[in-house]
Design a protein around this ligand. Sequence first.
Ligand code: EPZ
Length: 431
Amino acid sequence: MAEIVVEGGQRLTGEIPVSGAKNAALPLMVVTLLSSDPVTLTNCPDLHDIGTLSNVLHGHGTEIDASRIGAGSGAGLPVLRMHTPEIKSVRAPYELVSQMRASILVLGPLLARTGRAEVSLPGGCAIGSRPVDLHLMGLEAMGASIELRDGYVVAYTPQDGKSRLKGAKINFPKVSVGATENLVMAATLAEGRTEMFNAAQEPEVVDLCKCLINMGAQISGLGTSHLIIDGVDRLHGVEHQVISDRIEAGTFAVAAGITGGELILKNGHLEHLGALVAVLEASGTVCTQLDSGIHVVSAAPRPNGTNVTTEPYPGYPTDLQAQIMSLMTIATGTAVLTETIFENRYMHVPELIRMGADIDVDGRVAVVRGVDKLFGAPVMATDLRASASLILAGLVAQGETVVGDIHHLDRGYERIEAKLSAVGAKIERQG
Ligand code: EPZ
C-alpha cells in the first residue's frame, strides 16, 4: 500500500503550479453527453476520478482520448478529447458510480439527450450520506418520472421518454453544487424556461455554465443564486479550458502558512479562494494576486487562532476545513471550527490528536486549542481532504509522519508530493 512520508521542519519557498480543478473537470466532462459534436477540455487534471468518470462515459458511448489519464504524470492532461456521436446505453452501473459519486451528474444529460436514464444511486461516503433528493426533485419538477428500482434511479421524460423535459421553477431548500449542475445541464435542452432559486454559486458551477453557453446554451445569472436557462434544440461542440483548482490552491496557501514560508501559486485566482483569504489574513498569512498567480506569505512566527464556519460559496469552503484545522493546531490561542455542510467531516481529528493536537469535537463544532509543537506519527485518513490535512500537519511536525492509504489523495491532488518537494518539503511517496 503506497504511503507518503514527510519529515517536518522545512520552510516552503518557491512556485507551485496549480492544476485544473477536479470539481470543474468532472461536470465539464459530462457535457459530452449533451451534444453529438466533439468536446475538448484543456488544463484537465490527471486524477483517478477523471479516469473513473471516463469509464462511465465510455459505457454510454463516449469515445474518449484516455491516453494520459491515470498516468500520474503530474503534468496534467494537456488535452482531453471526447466525442459522443450517439448514446449507446443509458445505464450507469453501480460498480462505477459507487467509486465516484459525481457520476450521478450523467442523470440530467441522459434524460435531456435520450429521454431515459438508469443511474445507480451513488450511496454515501466517508464524509456523509450524500443524498441526491434535490437532483430528483428538480428533474420531477421538469416533468421526469422517477422510480427507485434495485438501487437505481430509473427516469423517463414525459410520454415514456418520447418528449422533452419541460422548463420549470426550481427552489432549492438548501444549496447543492451537484444538483445545480445536474439540473442546469438538463435545462439546456428542455422545452421553455427553467428558473433556479438558491442555486450554487461555486466557481466550478460558473465554469460549467460558461462552457454550456459556448456550446449554444442560453443561461443567465452566472455567479448568482438565481439562474435562468432557456432551452434550445441542440448544443454544438466546444473547446474549453478548465479553471484552476481553488481547493488545491487553498491547500498550498495553508502549506505556506503552516511552514512560515512564501509561495507563488501559479495560475491561482485569488477571488476563487473566497473566505479563505480573510481567514488566512486573520491568522497571519497574507495572499495577494499577481499576474502569474497568488502570492502567499506567512507574516507571523505562529498563526493566530481564527474561528471558521463552512458555508456555500462565497463562504468558507468545506473542502478546506480539514486543511485550516491543521494550521490552527499550532496557533496561538483557540480556534472554533463549525462544519455546516457535511455531517461527518472530522475524521482527520483523531489522527491530528495522535500527532499532539488538542482538539475537542461536539457534533458539527471542533474546538482547536493551539499547541507549541506537533510530533510526527503514522496516520491514516479516510477521505481526500483529511489526507491533505495530515500532510500539512506533517510539514510542521517534529520528526517523521507517514500518511497511509493515499489512494484518497490521488483522487483530488495531482502528484502532491512532487509539487511540495519542489518548494523545499522533505516528502516522498513510498510503495
Ligand atoms: C460538491 O459535492 C463537491 N464535489 C464536493 O467536493 C464539495 O464538498 C461539495 O460540492 C460542497 O461544496 C464535486 O464537485 C465533484 P452538494 P456535492 O450537493 O455536489 C446535501 C471534494 O473533496 N445534499 O453541494 O455532492 C449534501 O448531503 C468533494 O472535492 C442533499 O441534501 O455537494 C450536503 O450536506 C467532497 N440533497 C450538502 O447538500 C442533495 O440532493 C451540499 O452537498 C444533494 C446534496
